[in-house]
Write a protein that binds this ligand. Structure first.
Ligand SMILES: Cc1cc2nc3c(=O)[nH]c(=O)nc-3n(C[C@H](O)[C@H](O)[C@H](O)COP(=O)(O)OP(=O)(O)OC[C@H]3O[C@@H](n4cnc5c(N)ncnc54)[C@H](O)[C@@H]3O)c2cc1C
Length: 470
């Protein structure tokens, strides 16, 4: 007798290799059908505009790749339960498979569905596919969750991380993705993104190997310099699971076998990758990290509501060059270098005293890698209310940070071209440049480029006082 069809519900795992749900479904022996649902349910965070753009192209790449393995891809919109039930009925499925997700709202949906479908006589199996280690498997000696990264990292590094799985074999037959959302429209500003990213599983593998071949050795030193472009840029690929964290982990470790001298660089890179798992650890153990400060006392923080200041920040018109460069990089590419993410978040939440949740939401909409764990955990970390956060008195000075990490001005000149002719010495602080220097560089403050919107020293003092009230 023919085996019934196995349905794989894809979510943050848009790949064929190291995809335990696909492997599990294939093992059943029957036909395999994959399903992606654009879900819109209470308790879920709907992807922002830039991430939806990425998702659309990622699904476009996935359909033909799955078809080569003899697996059709259905793309639907709606509530998971009704869409799944219909797909199960249409395809004659006897089992459903998915890789686990970890936000509390997501888990509730998945658990309810699991018992509902089992009650209807289906076999439902979930698998670990998204992280190095599942959040509950890393615990302190007392069985508690971690709130500090270094002991978390030590435990994670010493645990057994499963080796990646092979992709399902190719199979004959031509299959097409079915049920594409006809009404998909890219956000108007995403038109610029197109040339800058290669999307999909093959592109993710290429990005990983390009990084390991060409930039790994520079990573420990160079990763802080936004003009140098030495980081992996894997974040959107990891966000959508076009590549798994385990694949990155094993590929990086394999480099040490070939070239033992790269070990320090691999260690640094993997410790950054581990921050992603640490963010998921936080997400899993808390109710809502996107809106509730992890340090309770921050519930009493008096934020400053200033819409105009927030808009200037969003548009990259603050008059502080490295901040403006970062915000414009974000707008034009859907990405921002990590050091600059820290600087713009510190500027918003400390110098401008705008609530971190506003910044988090702007990033959520604009980042192609906007991640349900990394984005809120990082915002809380910078704002001071997160776990293992920087001490509150450490407030970045964006001018000195710019001078230190973008000394030759490559980054600022790329994203703030109206300052391109400024000499290095004044580039990060044009307001302190002599009149003739500004004139020669074609800069008129307040006309061609904004005057600084805030005094950095006074606003730093104000932030210290405000946080001191907590
Ligand atoms: C305010 C703020 C918001 C952020 N929002 C996001 C987000 O929405 N999505 C996101 O993936 N990252 C976020 N980050 C973390 C970090 O900036 C990006 O992961 C990194 O810049 C991506 O570039 P990369 O892939 O070249 O990183 P690499 O340095 O090459 O690192 C490799 C991978 O490790 C992980 N990683 C690296 N650094 C961190 C970190 N500090 N925290 C968590 N994971 C990390 C990422 O998955 C990254 O792709 C945020 C950081 C800040 C300060």
């Amino acid at each position: 007798m023919d085996q019934p069809t196995s349905l794989v519900w894809l979510r943050n795992d848009l790949r064929l290799s190291d995809n335990p749900a696909l492997v599990g479904a294939r093992r059943n022996g029957g036909r395999v059908v994959a399903l992606y649902i654009h879900e819109n349910a209470e308790g879920l965070r709907v992807p922002g505009a830039a991430a939806r753009w990425w998702l659309h192209h990622s699904l476009e790449a996935l359909g033909p790749a799955l078809a080569k393995a003899g697996i059709a891809l259905l793309v639907r919109s709606g509530a998971a339960q009704s869409v799944l039930e219909k797909a199960i009925a249409d395809e004659g499925a006897g089992s459903v498979h998915w890789n686990r997700r970890y936000a509390p709202g997501e888990r509730e949906i998945d658990q309810a569905l699991k018992s509902h479908l089992r009650d209807r006589g289906l076999t439902v199996t979930s698998y670990p596919g998204n992280l190095l280690a599942e959040p509950w498997t890393i615990a302190t000696g007392q069985g508690k969750s971690y709130s500090v990264f270094s002991p978390y990292w030590k435990t994670l590094r010493d645990c057994r991380i499963d080796a990646p799985l092979a992709a399902p074999d190719a199979a004959g037959g031509k299959l097409a993705a079915r049920g594409w959302d006809g009404d998909y429209k890219a956000p108007h500003w995403a038109a610029k993104f197109g040339g800058q990213w290669q999307i999909g599983e093959a592109a993710a593998q290429q990005a990983l190997h390009d990084f390991l071949d060409d930039r790994l050795e520079d990573y420990p030193e160079g990763r802080d310099f936004p003009g140098r472009d030495v980081t992996s840029r894997l974040s959107p690929h990891l966000r959508f699971g076009e590549i798994s964290a385990r694949q990155v982990w094993y590929a990086a470790l394999a480099r040490i076998e070939a070239e033992p001298e790269v070990k320090p660089a691999v260690d640094k890179f993997l410790s950054e990758l581990a921050w992603r798992d640490f963010s998921y650890h936080q997400l899993y153990h808390r109710r809502d990290i996107a809106t509730v400060p992890m340090q309770e006392k921050y519930g009493g923080m008096r934020w400053h509501a200033d819409g105009a200041a927030e808009t200037a920040w969003q548009k990259g018109q603050t008059g502080i060059p490295i901040i403006d460069a970062g915000m414009r990089e974000l707008w034009q590419t859907g990405y921002m270098h990590n050091r600059v993410r820290m600087l713009v978040a510190s500027f918003l939440t400390k110098n401008l005293l705008v609530d971190w949740r506003h910044g988090e939401r702007w990033f959520w909409d604009c980042l192609v890698d906007a991640d349900v764990a990394n984005n809120p955990a990082s915002w809380q970390w910078v704002a001071g209310c997160g776990l293992d956060a920087a001490p509150y008195f450490r407030i970045f000075n964006p001018v000195t940070q710019g001078e230190r990490f973008d000394e030759a001005g490559l980054y600022v000149r790329q994203w703030v071209p109206e300052l391109a002719q400024m000499p290095d010495k004044w580039l990060h602080d044009p307001a302190s440049a002599p009149e003739d220097v500004l004139r020669k560089a074609g800069v008129t403050l307040g006309t061609t480029y904004p005057k600084p919107m805030i005094d950095l020293k006074a606003s730093r003092q104000r932030a210290l006082e405000r946080q001191g009230e907590l």
